[in-house]
Ligand binder design. Structure first.
Ligand SMILES: NC(=O)c1ccc[n+]([C@@H]2O[C@H](COP(=O)([O-])OP(=O)(O)OC[C@H]3O[C@@H](n4cnc5c(N)ncnc54)[C@H](O)[C@@H]3O)[C@@H](O)[C@H]2O)c1
Ligand SMILES: O=C(O)C(=O)C[C@@H](O)[C@H](O)[C@H](O)COP(=O)(O)O
Ligand SMILES: [Zn+2]
Length: 364
């Protein structure tokens, strides 16, 4: 098993990664200082149907367990599902030493983490992620649900007690979800590791290449990059915003297309192309963006997903981004690969970049 330790001001916790890692959940729970009085598993119903028995067998006998199922994917991050979870948690009479287990991808993890953060003002939880994307979402303590007006707008920072990342769950992911998750790996490489990016561009030519030892190595590196940033800035006062590379535009595409249609990572992939053009516009960032966009398309990413919306539509959603304040939109751009920075962008600048982006898209 591989292990990465995440350190924050108030909590240090392990990310245990590997095939069969789910078996580690028993020892982790039984070793906790306050042994949980009850477990409340919030499970993505699609994931439960495929992998539920593995988690069931791994939970330790002495601790009583309630199971609560939520819709598969992004639709779980809604007010109504959040309310249903809290009602079920109250009915199960959870106390402050009860523990929530999030079982699913990033959507279920974000929802379950927010339920744990809100119930009695915060009870412990453990992430048992099941997607490639969740190498990012399960680590670092951002939890949230969506609002029709913006992505992840209602949420809290709440760190898990542990992340139990069983990579054998990833074998059943669809091609779309494999690609979507891998976009966050590409993001981690762009913001922190040029050799990793080069290796990715060389190794991956189609979705089916995202597998095996190379994928395992990318996931561990991604988690290490993320945990180093979270250690420095848990609550996004500064450098944590770098993890938002590709997200300002990406979140707008997700919100406009109706959550769940364009997968998060697909939207982030489009957002990274936009942010690369913006980096070129702002400071002559030198990189062959056209060939990167073509590479993404070749792997299977729907790179033109944002083009169906007008600049005004995208801009309006971007002004509600959590990084924006005082009326300006803020973007994460690159000086060079591995050297991100945050900058204000005016509407005029963004409009010019959008025009260039649309013109370039004819060549992808
Ligand atoms: N908190 C964070 O730091 C953070 C970081 C990145 C993304 N996110 C959030 O994560 C969400 C996206 O997460 P995601 O990409 O994991 O998608 P997801 O949770 O929406 O799952 C996508 C689909 O894959 C299915 N699925 C999950 N695991 C599976 C498996 N092992 N086998 C087969 N099918 C499986 C689900 O049922 C669902 O239909 C977004 O809401 C995004 O905002 C949060
Ligand atoms: O952990 C972070 O910080 C990130 O920004 C990771 C992102 O991949 C993730 O999608 C996050 O949920 C976006 O954060 P938000 O604050 O823009 O909602
Ligand atoms: Zn993301």
């Amino acid at each position: 098993m591989n292990r990465v330790t995440v350190e924050t001001v108030h909590k240090t916790y392990p990310v245990i990664i590997g095939e069969g890692a789910v078996k580690e959940i028993g020892p982790v729970l039984l070793k906790m200082k306050n042994k949980p009085t009850r477990l409340f598993v919030i499970a993505d119903e699609g994931v439960y149907a495929i992998h539920g028995s593995a988690l069931k067998e791994a939970l330790p006998d002495p601790i009583p367990v309630d199971w609560h199922f939520v819709p598969a994917g992004e639709s779980a991050k809604s007010f109504s599902v959040f309310e249903q979870c809290l009602t079920a948690m109250l009915e199960a009479a959870l106390d402050r030493h009860s523990l929530v287990v999030a079982f699913g991808g990033g959507a279920c993890g974000d929802l379950a983490g927010f339920c744990a953060a809100s119930y009695m003002r915060g009870i412990p939880f453990i992430q048992v992620p099941t997607t490639i994307l969740a190498h990012d979402s399960a680590v670092g303590g951002k939890t949230a649900i969506n609002h029709p007006l913006g992505k992840n707008m209602i949420g809290a920072f709440h760190q898990p007690e542990a992340v139990i990342y069983d990579t054998s769950f990833l074998h059943s992911l669809s091609e779309k979800e494999t690609r979507s998750g891998f976009a966050e790996v590409i993001k981690h490489a762009f913001i922190a590791d040029e050799p990793m990016l080069t290796e990715i561009l060389r190794t991956i030519q189609k979705t089916a290449d995202i597998k095996g030892a190379f994928l395992a190595q990318c996931l561990k590196k991604g988690i290490e990059i993320k945990s180093a940033i979270v250690k420095e800035d848990e609550k996004e006062i500064g450098v944590r915003a770098f993890l938002n590379f590709g997200h300002t535009y990406g979140h707008a595409v997700e919100a406009l297309s109706g959550y769940g249609k364009t997968a998060h990572g697909e939207a982030v992939a489009c957002g990274m192309i936009f942010a690369l053009y913006a980096s070129q516009f702002k400071n002559n960032f030198s990189f062959n963006i056209r060939s990167f966009a073509k590479w993404l398309k070749g792997v299977g990413y729907p790179v033109k997903e944002g083009l169906g919306f007008s600049f005004e539509e995208i801009y309006t959603v971007m002004t509600r981004d959590k990084k924006a304040y005082g009326g300006t939109v803020r973007f994460v751009l690159l000086n060079k690969i591995g050297e991100p920075y945050v900058t204000d962008m005016t509407k005029e600048e963004l409009q010019k970049i959008d025009e260039h982006f649309r013109k370039e898209a004819e060549q992808w």
